[in-house]
Design a protein around this ligand. Structure first.
Ligand SMILES: O=P(O)(O)O[C@H]1O[C@H](CO)[C@@H](O)[C@H]1O
Ligand SMILES: O=c1cc[nH]c(=O)[nH]1
Length: 234
């Protein structure tokens, strides 16, 4: 047990999927895993462990924003020895070519700050994903015919952004989408020698204003979960 995860030693798999939303963790575990067991409900941040095609997987909610993700990723790595951590999140599209429902595989994350900023000080560290996971995820997405974009994303500190100029610069520099956790996940994976990837679904679009209707989210999010699972065990 840790301060924020009530799972017993051995309850957490080496491969962990991390949605921000704990109820997405529940839905994904019940939809895609077998022999599912609830392993964490501290603060309602649900975590489940089960099997997928015979492989043990944990799906643990990580909350919204990098400080929250940092708590769960630190405890999963240091206390439960998680080796592969894949974020399965929603994001806002930032390019015309990116459509709502598309999948984004984040190669690198730009940010204004991260919880690790205190370590890096003046250094601008470039948080990047694990290439093997990226390669596997892209092959899977291609095989499944899921519209997928590979490239840089923006990990923002705030959802209600008072700096539209920053979004404009991100768009001008080819950033595909905005979300709020992947940069710190990639930094922690780099620090502790773990594999990490963010597989994201575009739930809304900053330029067009389009948003995915609630009743159409599940199928789109399903592609993202299956791409993440295939990538982890390919
Ligand atoms: O859908 P999740 O995984 O929570 O991700 C996105 O949604 C939340 C904001 O609504 C932020 O956590 C952002 O990163
Ligand atoms: O962080 C997020 C997630 C979805 N859409 C956004 O605009 N931002």
């Amino acid at each position: 047990m840790t301060i924020h995860i009530g799972a017993k030693p051995g309850d957490i798999a080496e491969t962990v999927l991390l949605p921000g939303d704990p109820y997405r963790a529940k839905w994904a575990a019940e939809t895609f895993l077998e022999d599912v067991k609830l392993v964490n409900e501290v603060r309602g941040m649900l975590g489940f462990t089960g099997t997928w095609k015979g492989n043990r997987v944990t799906i643990q909610g990580s909350g919204m924003g990098m400080p929250s993700l940092s708590i769960y990723a630190n405890e999963l790595i240091k206390s439960y020895d998680a080796k592969t951590l894949i974020r399965i999140g929603s994001c806002g599209g930032m390019q015309d070519k990116v459509n709502v429902r598309d999948v984004i595989l984040a190669t690198a994350c730009s940010s204004l700050s991260t919880p690790s900023r205190g370590i890096f000080k003046e250094l601008q560290f470039a948080p990047t994903c694990d290439f093997e996971l990226l390669h596997n995820a892209y092959k899977t997405a291609e095989k499944r015919g899921v519209p997928t974009h590979v490239g840089g994303i923006y990990s923002a500190d705030v959802f209600y952004d008072e700096r539209p100029d920053l979004n404009e610069e991100m768009t001008r520099h080819g950033i595909l989408a905005v979300e709020m956790e992947a940069a710190e996940l990639y930094i922690l994976a780099a620090r502790y020698g773990r594999r990490a990837l963010a597989v994201l679904t575009v739930s809304d679009h900053l330029i067009t204003g389009e948003a995915l209707p609630a009743d159409q989210r599940e199928q789109s999010f399903g592609d993202m979960v299956e791409i993440a699972l295939e990538a982890a065990f390919a």
